[in-house]
Design a protein around this ligand. Structure first.
Ligand code: 13P
Length: 253
């Protein structure tokens, strides 16, 4: 983590929390947040709780994110939510390409690219998730897979959007498994991502935050966040309770 990149600590609540539960968690995070915290903080509740959490966080520096979006602006797409609807619900960020979307809902790199571009057009800041499976790591394909996901995900990126992106490296084998990449394993991939970003984004690569995700806890956050190219964390399980999430935020300084 270098000084010119403000760390981002992001909580992905996945398919957890009713409106009431989400409101209570958001309130606890808001009340427990140290006003001097160095990190920017974001939470991503399920769609049904976005408006409730937006209300709870109003006037606080904590930002709201959605967990996914569709790429069309509006139309006959039953069950889908557009970027403009997310903006209207109070979102600043939107996660695209999460491995659970790729795995359970069939999102391809092409779909993810369309989502990312649509999010940018609407004025949201996309958080593009990339990461290899255990089979790909064992076959030594990690860098190849990550490069492809990044290149395809960012295809056709308008020049003016280069400054409005976040990348999250989430090795699939570390998500929800309690297995974390070691700080060295994570840093190796993050440094590789940064080198690709220099190619794709030019100077903006130096200010683009690359988050690590995959079983981040209060116990391992500091060692991960101390790595030069790790600029924050995308936290699943440990973001569902305010005490563990607040400790991870504190680990960022
Ligand atoms: P866990 O922190 O539960 O491993 O989840 C990580 C994740 O998928 C965040 O998007």
């Amino acid at each position: 983590m270098t000084t010119e990149r403000q760390p981002l600590i992001a909580g992905n609540w996945k398919m957890y929390k009713t409106q009431g539960e989400a409101r209570a968690l958001a309130r606890e995070i808001r009340q427990g947040l140290n006003p001097g915290a160095r990190a920017e903080v974001m939470v991503a509740p399920p769609y049904t709780a976005l408006a409730a959490v937006a209300g709870e966080l109003a006037g606080s520096p904590i930002r709201l994110s959605a967990q996914d979006t569709f790429w069309e602006g509006q139309g006959a797409y039953t069950g889908a939510i557009s970027p403009v609807m997310l903006l209207d619900a109070g979102c600043h960020y939107v996660i695209v390409g999460h491995s659970e979307r790729r795995q359970h809902f069939g999102d391809t790199n092409r779909d993810i690219n369309r989502k990312l571009l649509a999010a940018l057009v609407a004025g949201l800041v996309p958080i593009l998730c990339i990461g290899e499976t255990i089979e790909e790591r064992q076959a030594e394909k990690t860098l190849k897979v990550v490069a492809e996901q990044l290149r395809d995900g960012l295809a056709g990126l308008p020049g003016e959007a280069r400054e409005r992106l976040v990348i999250a490296y989430e090795p699939v084998w570390a998500i929800g498994t309690g297995l974390t990449a070691t700080p060295e394993q994570a840093q190796e991939v993050h440094a590789f991502i940064r080198s690709l970003l220099r190619e794709f984004l030019g100077a903006a690569a130096e200010t683009t935050r690359v988050l690590y995700g995959g079983s981040v806890t209060p116990d391992n956050a500091l060692s991960l966040l101390s790595q030069g190219d790790i600029d924050g964390a995308l936290v699943g399980g440990a973001s569902l309770k305010s005490d563990s999430f607040l400790k991870i935020i504190a680990a960022a300084g």
